[in-house]
Design a protein around this ligand. Structure first.
Ligand code: UTP
Length: 232
């Protein structure tokens, strides 16, 4: 029996691929199996394409980053609803509501084995929410499921020679993602610097991986060798 929090990057809902519901089905099977093993699982879903689209539509006429963040949060809650309703349809005992805060999520997780949420308030991303929820619930680890295999020294999309890391200390991760500040709504680092800082302060282990293959998420939840980057 373990408590594990998983940040599901919104990009995993993948508008660009056919049969994308297959990923959701894979996720449902993992959660079903972990519930049968008495685990408690918190899923924190990112905004993905819906957040990018909403923020880019509004950016020319909205100057406030807080307002743009709130559009991003609405997108994360939309995606959280997709995940929550899919789990409920499959008979998995997920909490009936999508909490608005980490504290609310932590208390729901005392009653239900599965809680699904999105973002909470402006100023950070769902990675930071997941890490704070992991700290608040005394979770074994926080899994950050994104769309890159490992944390790289520099951005692999612009630097083909970027060095990939299997293991990092919290301070090494902080040096890579930069200072703990949230300046602009929308796409950010491989791990939110606010989250990296919260993880460092609490000594919360992070498992960063490519969540496009749901089996990597399963292995990380189970504490196995998931093939991404371990931060501890
Ligand atoms: P995401 O958590 O999806 O962040 O939130 P992201 O880094 O942009 O994207 P991925 O999914 O990790 O690739 C989308 C946006 O919603 C706002 C931020 O503007 C964020 O960029 N947001 C989200 C908040 O302001 N607070 C939250 O708690 C969550």
């Amino acid at each position: 029996m373990a408590t594990v929090i998983v940040a599901l990057g919104g990009s995993l809902l993948r508008p660009e691929v056919e049969e994308r519901h297959m990923w959701l089905e894979g996720l449902i099977e993992i959660i079903r199996d972990r519930v049968a093993m008495d685990d408690r699982i918190g899923l924190v879903v990112g905004g993905g394409a819906a957040a990018r689209e909403g923020i880019s539509l509004a950016r020319p006429i909205i100057n406030s980053e807080d307002r743009l963040d709130r559009i991003g949060i609405a997108a994360t809650r939309l995606n959280a609803a997709i995940v929550r309703e899919s789990l409920a349809e499959a008979g998995i005992p997920a909490s009936g509501t999508i909490p608005h805060s980490v504290n609310e999520a932590a208390s729901l997780l005392e009653e239900r084995q599965v809680v699904v949420m999105g973002g909470t308030r402006p100023g950070h991303t769902t990675d930071a929410v997941a890490i704070r929820l992991a700290v608040a619930t005394g979770a074994e680890r926080c899994v950050i499921a994104t769309n890159v295999a490992k944390v790289h020294e520099s951005d692999p999309s612009t630097d083909p020679n970027a060095v990939a890391h299997d293991r990092l200390t919290h301070s090494q991760l902080q040096a890579i993602v930069g200072p703990a500040e949230h300046s602009r709504a929308g796409p950010s680092q491989v791990v939110d610097p606010m989250g990296a800082s919260a993880a460092a302060n609490a000594g919360m282990p992070l498992c960063i991986l490519d969540g496009r293959n749901p089996e990597s998420i399963r292995t990380a939840i189970e504490g196995g060798d998931f093939g991404g980057t371990v931060v501890e």
